[in-house]
Ligand binder design. Sequence first.
Ligand code: NOJ
Ligand code: CA
Length: 702
Amino acid sequence: MSRTPLALILQTAMCVLSTQAVLAASAPPVEVQSPGKVLKVTFELRDGVPTYRVSRLGRPVIETSRLGFVLRQGPPLDRGFKIASTQTSSVDEIWTQVWGEERRIRDRHNELVIELTESSGDPRRLQIIFRVFDDGVGFRYHIPAQAGLDNIEIAEEATQFAFTGDHRAWWIPAFEPNRYEYRYTDSPLSKSDKVHTPVTFETADGLYLSIHEAALVDFASMTLWRKQGNTFDVELVPWSDGVKVRGPVPMTSPWRTIQIADSPGGLIDNYLILNLNEPNKLSDVSWIKPGKYVGIWWEMHLGISAWSSGPKHGATTENTKRHIDFAAKHGFDGVLVEGWNVGWDGEWWAAKTNFSFTKPYPDYDLVGLADYARQRGVRLIGHHETGGGVENYERQMEDAFALCQKLGIRAVKTGYVAHGQNIQRTDEAGQTHKEWHHGQHMVRHYQKVVETAARHQVMLDVHEPIKDTGLRRTWPNMMTREGACGMEFDAWGGENRNHPDHTTILPFTRLLAGPMDFTPGIFDLTYEEHRPNDRVSTTLAKQLALYVVLYSPLNMAADLPQNYEAKPEPFQFIKDVPTDWDETIVLHARIGDFVTIARKDRNSDDWYIGSITDEAPRTLEANLGFLDAGREYIAEIYRDGSDADWEKNPYAIVIEEKRVSSTTKLPLRLAPGGGTAVRLRPATPATRPAGEGAPPTAAEAE
Ligand code: NOJ
Ligand code: CA
């Protein structure tokens, strides 16, 4: 557990420490250490081949691994180099998130820029930039502007990650039809093949590693391919013609990231990915508001209503009003309505051109409902399901977001339901091609949506997304996304539904990339009437704990209004829990087994705790030492009943209050598939000086 020291004074130091003249191909290794001397990166040209390795406190973490590219045209750009120059610099600064799981983030790293030049022929140049933090490493490539290289096509990225052993790994497969929606496999890395990132490893000597990327812009996304031994090669997701990345020079790759911690929790309170992204580009962020929403959604996944028109149509004016009234009564910010727009009839996921993003079905009074909601202090949340028809969407996108802005719709959920390599693209010659969700073509599309939405002051919740690489720092309207199996898999997943351990793996894998719209909060856990072969694999208390454990700035209360009204006491927790935090602390963590997270509300002195377990019952103890010393708090505890069990008795819940303080050790008894959710609200005034820990001022936010 590490906490950003609140008193740390904003401090930036940029200084060029060394520049060397041209070194020969056999030059000695170049080293750069992290500021606290925890991590060390060594760059070395071996017979002209660029390589790097990483160690932690003297022990190797990544063995000598290759770097570079293979281009479609010309010789490969991964050999025959000499070092033209090296340059180091340092940064130590604190920046403030517009919203997030941690308000103030410290960026403290040492940077090493290596400029390579080919030693023969018409020498081409390549830069490799390393940033070394105490808790991780990022490196990226920059191909500078140079004569003879105008437009390039990358055939392969040569980057490798050579691990020191056959580590235990948590991974999902890449290049499969269901995008990122697979259950995580927990196996030795030698049992994996092509995997998505973030991918997480545990070493035999107790280190935890996560490989991912940061700032994925106009590039193909990176997967890892274990070809031999313990080494993964980068495998970029290709265009349909096999090219990985195309574009003009200068060209900069995303950062390749290695988070390194000596505990699983150290991967969670690790802000490497955000630190490697560019600062906020939006000058006005007053319209960006985290919050909670309900919606006409779960009823469709249970088959009670339908997206398509007809007698079962869910998105009717009447049903939407009922949801708006419910949201207003219970203090929710938004109402998501799926199936509101023309195009859902027939096989919508196969038809790529049917959806209108501006035309509602006749039984849905879009304009009237937007007004009705606004008058009650609630906003409609728009829904743009593309079915993978991104050209159809791009043609309408401008009008669609302009309509949202006009109607006061401040958030839109998008969707890209299409299997595998099935995104249609038409080239200039009118030929159609099928692209992956995760190649450069779609990375460009997803980015276009973020920027178009921002121009119209719309926040985004992307389903079937490109994975998060921290762009929310640069575009803080990019709120949340799916990109893993969410709650919907409990509605219809059958054998593929989320097992009790799923949410104890997500915080250490998918969530390391960024927030997830998991859509928790199911109170009717078994729904035999609608889906006799499906159910939720948790207790009721665990559903509450997920609001704290799985961070999302837009967070859904996913169940039907009547199911919440039937259980008002546990529902109170969902009403209370914030979506924007000051600080996050990991109290317990074992990947795939259990996790406890404490977070402090950004807008009050309240703290919240979420603790969850897999199928095994556990008793943990939460040390409340993070509370203000000398202050008393009321702990509102929502815990599993003594005989609770996700399979046999999921509804047994005890809601009780205790007086606690920073010296309390709070026992957490988690049932099989269970959890505990706690709100800690001060019972006595603060003893600390006024102003400390206050919400950020507009000037302080990026
Ligand atoms: C898949 C999304 O994950 C889900 O939330 C949505 O309801 C359907 N697509 C339809 O758009
Ligand atoms: Ca989905």
